[in-house]
Design a protein around this ligand. Structure first.
Ligand SMILES: Nc1ncnc2c1ncn2[C@@H]1O[C@H](COP(=O)(O)OP(=O)(O)OP(=O)(O)O)[C@@H](O)[C@H]1O
Ligand SMILES: [Mg+2]
Length: 256
């Protein structure tokens, strides 16, 4: 059985900067995968390459057994993506947008409409039926983007910071939804800085730092890989793996 995500030496440079540096990742199907790293580590760049939003510089990536470049269309059909910068058609209303996305994936009109209605209701966006997306709040846009990523029943879902900007009610709803997706066999590839959520939800974790993979495994495997971290929380493991001791102390000279 092929992996949901498999990369070999995946690399992306921007001029002099190597944002993603020879990344070897393996994510088994059905996994709830947490992809962690400090700001600027290369998470979003990796995710953009894996979803066809950005070209790689070198290396290989296979998604659900398909070569990312050769079978680009097949890959797109089978994945759902909520990218870091949401790319919604803001002059549409929520239902119009979901209908457009569903039809683009080749769903029948009746199925598209039924699914759009169910999604809007679940995400509590049906109360804002008359609003254009441009007038949505940040959290509403996020929920609509997630709805659009689910309408075609993807096998693999890429979520870049899905909880960022969501209130506690919406965050709980999304966590519950993710749980039911995992139970139905969907693979989730998630980035988040909220380590308590990752610790609770994710079965497998990878941590990158300055473009390089510094750890990959279950939480228990990460703990056993670092001496003296037997009872550590994910936050403690994260800080020890990304050289937090090198970080500057939170002090500004003029604030005393
Ligand atoms: N289009 C671009 N042009 C130049 N540099 C870029 C570009 N996109 C990303 N970078 C750089 O690549 C590095 C990795 O950025 P990336 O967005 O992947 O980080 P990230 O891990 O997602 O961080 P965050 O947690 O802040 O979202 C950063 O140094 C960033 O400045
Ligand atoms: Mg990012």
């Amino acid at each position: 059985m092929s992996y949901a995500v498999e990369t070999t030496n995946l690399t992306r440079t921007f001029g002099e900067l190597t944002a993603v540096d020879a990344l070897d990742l393996k994510v088994a199907r059905g996994t709830f995968f947490g992809f962690l790293g400090p700001n600027g580590a290369g998470k979003s760049t990796t995710m953009k390459m894996l979803t066809g939003l950005l070209d790689k510089t070198s290396g290989e990536a296979r998604i659900l057994g398909h070569d990312l470049e050769r079978d680009a269309l097949e890959v797109k059909r089978r994945i759902g993506v909520v990218p870091e910068e949401l790319a919604l058609y803001e002059r549409l209303k929520g239902r119009e947008y979901l209908t457009f996305v569903g039809r683009m994936y080749g769903l029948a009109r009746a199925d598209t409409e039924a699914r759009a209605g169910e999604l809007l209701e679940l995400m509590e966006l049906d109360r804002s039926e008359d609003k254009l997306i441009v007038d949505y709040s940040h959290g509403m846009k996020k929920k609509l983007a997630l709805s659009a990523a689910l309408i075609h029943k993807p096998e693999l879902l890429f979520l870049d910071e899905p909880f960022e900007g969501l209130d506690a009610i919406a965050a709980r709803l999304i966590k519950d939804l993710m749980g039911s997706l995992i139970r139905s066999g969907v693979t989730i590839f998630l980035t988040s800085h909220i380590l308590e959520i990752v610790e609770k939800l994710c079965s497998d974790i990878a941590i990158i730092h300055r473009g390089r993979l510094v750890a990959q495994g279950t939480l228990a495997e990460l703990r056993s890989g670092i001496p003296g971290q037997a009872g550590a929380t994910l936050e403690q493991l994260f800080l020890s793996l990304v050289d937090a001791e090198e970080a500057p102390a939170g002090h500004l000279s003029w604030l005393g």
